[in-house]
Design a protein around this ligand. Sequence first.
Ligand SMILES: Cc1ncc(C[n+]2csc(CCOP(=O)(O)OP(=O)(O)O)c2C)c(N)n1
Ligand code: SF4
Ligand SMILES: [Mg+2]
Length: 284
Amino acid sequence: MSTADPELTPQSYKTDEHPIWCPGCGDFGVLASLYNVLAELQIQPRNLVIVSGIGCSGRTPGFIKSYGFHSIHGRVLPVALGVKITNPELCVIGVGGDGDGFAIGGGHIPHAARRNPDFVYIVMDNSTYGLTKGQYSPTSPSGFQAGSTPYGNIERPLQPLALLLSYGASFIAQGYSGKPKQLTELIHKAIEHRGFAFVNVISPCITFYNTYKVIPPRLMEIPPEHDTSNRVKAFDLALQTDHIPLGLLYQTSLPTFEEGLSEVIRKAQAASPPRLDEIFAEFS
Ligand SMILES: Cc1ncc(C[n+]2csc(CCOP(=O)(O)OP(=O)(O)O)c2C)c(N)n1
Ligand code: SF4
Ligand SMILES: [Mg+2]
């Protein structure tokens, strides 16, 4: 923040675009938490990039005063990585749905996790494809009945937290859109974390899969004595099926992708690359 920059409040980040989400959609809670965190950290809109995929959740960049990239389905992570390595000074936040992130975009998660770029990835997990009217998604429970699974979902849901832990992500947390205070704290920590920070948010779709009654009894606060540096203990929480753990599961410090990349660039610039005619001479 320069001395000329005005103090920002959560209101400052609102755009003229009004969210067209259904009244009661969990994504409102995620958006409110984002406004709060951005104001807490006084992140200037000119230094902020929100990257999204396609889905109801994918509309988020339109509602936050910042640079925004409403990309294509499943491609939040490569776009966010490209933005971050082009200008590592920017605060980059990727947002998308469970379908966007874990189905069509699922192949990008292991590579983002192991590369550890310094950005945040928030999945608004409603266990359905909201935008396309409620088909089953990779996090829908077995037996889930919808237009695309009229006789019940025959698949088992994947477990996002366990997935990210096994891929080696350096920050893994889970929040609930109905608990915006806690969610604000988690996203705040995620932005401050140096490296790839994954926040899964249980964010009900009131229209196509209304879980507002069934989710709250299953929520379980991660106890304060949980050692967030212990990956094995984090797996115990991540593999819970009856309960939904809320809070910070795991955090570790690892070199970031940008740090490695700038080292490679430094080495490449210092080396004298072979001339083209020398390379051709090898094959003649
Ligand atoms: C390549 C491609 N395939 C399929 C679609 C259709 N489509 C749009 S959004 C979506 C799923 C949205 O579900 P999710 O990512 O969970 O987001 P939500 O709407 O629930 O927030 C699908 C299949 C698309 N836009 N592009
Ligand atoms: S369809 Fe579902 S996810 Fe989409 S805006 Fe409505 S409640 Fe939210
Ligand atoms: Mg969804």
